[in-house]
Design a protein around this ligand. Structure first.
Ligand SMILES: [Fe+2]
Ligand SMILES: [Fe+2]
Length: 160
């Protein structure tokens, strides 16, 4: 079966740990798509959604810290985009709490579009900069062990 979000190298932003996290996010959205298509019920959907929100927070924190240590001029605007996404997803959670029969597909298609658009535009601009200034390559011990810990916590991605 075709993945709901198909990963391809055109989505790569040139920074390995960010690409790995993006693959993880896409995998979670795909898992949610399988759960929804398979009629696993809203509990399964909500469980995946909770994990997705947590992993998204970790991912955003990773990007924001990389932008911050590299003095990226677009940090503030980029961070705002991340905050907006969290707010919108939280509003879906609220909607599903209030109306358990609300369509899951709205959220699914929203997530796919947001993720792909954000990666292609904002994350790629950030990635180009991180590669240019060399942050993409420098990996301190602390960064490595943090990423390793996150990887084991969520079960994929973040291989330092
Ligand atoms: Fe981002
Ligand atoms: Fe990202």
């Amino acid at each position: 079966m075709k993945d709901f979000i198909e990963w391809s190298d055109t989505l790569s932003v040139g920074v390995e740990e960010i690409d790995e996290q993006h693959k993880g996010l896409a995998a979670m959205v795909n898992e949610m798509s399988v759960a929804i298509d398979g009629g696993w019920g809203k509990e399964a959907r909500d469980q995946i959604l909770v994990r997705l929100i947590e992993y998204t927070r970790v991912h955003f924190a990773t990007e924001e810290s990389l932008m911050s240590i590299s003095s990226y001029a677009g940090l503030k605007i980029h961070k705002k985009q991340h905050e907006n996404l969290i707010e919108i997803v939280k509003s879906y959670v609220k909607k599903y709490d209030e109306d358990p029969n609300a369509s899951s597909y709205d959220l699914l298609f929203f997530l796919k579009k947001w993720l792909v658009d954000h990666i292609m535009k904002d994350d790629k601009a950030m990635g180009d900069y991180l590669v240019k200034v060399g942050t993409a390559k420098t990996k301190s011990k602390a960064r490595k062990s943090l990423l390793g810990w996150l990887g084991s916590l969520f079960g994929f991605g973040n291989r330092g």
